[in-house]
Design a protein around this ligand. Sequence first.
Ligand code: TIU
Length: 228
Amino acid sequence: MSRSEIPAEPFPISVDFARTALVIIDMQRDFLEPGGFGAALGNDVALLGAAVLPCKAMLAGARAAGMLVLHTREGHRPDLSDAPPAKVLRGDPTRRIGAAGPMGRILVRGEAGHDIVPALAPLPGEPVIDKPGKGAFYQTDLDLLLRNRSIETLLVTGVTTEVCVHTTVREANDRGYRCLVLSDACASYFPEFHRVGLAMIAAQGGIFGWVSSTDAVLAALAARDQAA
Ligand code: TIU
């Protein structure tokens, strides 16, 4: 078993890539494109575009290395029976979860807006975790999939940093996974929340994870390949 050391905050992390999975959180049209859920909440969705190319580079690197790659999507059944009223009944009724928008019904499975953006489309065989909540472990089989592959470390990317990425990292940390969050491959509608959200993860000696970059992970993968 070979281990690679990746520079990270608050200190370098040693990973076995054979027991590491890439988790790409909610890179859906509903969050990244105009007319979806993110825009309905009053956000400037263009801010999330910054994460696409870093996610794409990490996705290519993970696939080339044969790592487990998982994609998540936030969304609900068409009848909204898995959507808590407390989540649905917020904001303008014409623009809330389940309402019709230019990409179909907002945050509803099967609609165009629920799809992952084309640049990051899953390949056949890559698990797609459909989740009703912000955290990717809540009411999903993600933990089972990871345990069956003896995964110990998660490379976490996606949107938004302080909402679904944070919630998922906190859930993963409590379940015993080590999370390495890639700062450039995450994004928020609020640049300050992105910065502070990342700082919160690495503070207090890495209270619930580590923070690094796509380039640092790709460099560690390249060094491992050279040593092999
Ligand atoms: N609104 C917001 O920042 N995020 C979400 O509602 N979901 C995710 O982060 N995926």
